[in-house]
Write a protein that binds this ligand. Structure first.
Ligand SMILES: Nc1ncnc2c1ncn2[C@@H]1O[C@H](COP(=O)(O)OP(=O)(O)O)[C@@H](O)[C@H]1O
Ligand SMILES: [Mg+2]
Length: 185
């Protein structure tokens, strides 16, 4: 390997470390979680897929409602547990909010029609209990995990990670936005 090849390899190694770094947010209230979701909207690109995990009541829907608000969707987001897929549109943008809590197995999941939305043009797809579809995804995606804080009923820990270089860059950008918004992460 020549000198430039080595330098390039070192650069790629350094970048890959950055790309797979998790971002952890401590949220002190539902409002803070919503605000984090609103900032998250600013790093998104059409076609993005985001999987959300964590126990019931951990804050997944609250976060997505912030993202929807950040995208300019005025409707109140409700939990789609019973309807499974909710679709919101704003001019040319489509936000798909799915909740796979009640579904087991890939057949049930694919029967929802989710496939047509994954990575589709002008579409952002957010899936609660999304780890159930993880192995089926062909492209890069982000994962957000919500955890209760045993010492404070209004606090949550939100961990965000993305696969692939594009998500790595977006997560770095999100870190800057959170810092500017004085999030204690
Ligand atoms: N820091 C927090 N972030 C998000 N939700 C919180 C927080 N503290 C308390 N809560 C409450 O927890 C519940 C979260 O509900 P929801 O967002 O629907 O959860 P999930 O979609 O994960 O089941 C709401 O009742 C909300 O008011
Ligand atoms: Mg929910």
């Amino acid at each position: 390997m020549g000198k430039t090849g080595k330098a390039q390899a070192a650069k790629e190694r350094a970048l890959s470390l950055v790309y797979f770094k998790d971002l952890t947010i401590n949220s002190a209230s539902p409002q803070k979680t919503k605000e984090a979701g609103r900032l998250f909207a600013r790093i998104l690109e059409y076609g993005d897929v985001v999987l959300l995990g964590g126990e019931l009541g951990a804050g997944k829907t609250t976060f997505i409602s912030g993202t929807a608000a950040g995208l300019g969707i005025d409707e109140n987001l409700s939990s789609p547990s019973f309807t499974i897929l909710n679709i919101y549109t704003k001019s040319k943008l489509c936000l798909v909010h799915a909740d796979f809590y009640r579904l087991d197995g890939i057949d049930d999941i694919l029967n929802t029609g989710i496939e047509q939305y994954l990575g589709a043009k002008n579409t952002l797809t957010f899936i609660e209990w999304g780890e159930k579809i993880k192995d089926f995804l062909k492209k890069d995606f982000a994962q957000i995990y919500f955890e209760y804080n045993l010492l404070d009923k209004n606090a949550r820990t939100i961990s965000i990670k993305g696969s692939g270089p594009a998500w790595g860059k977006k997560i770095i950008k999100l870190g800057k936005l959170l810092k500017n918004a004085h999030f204690g992460n």
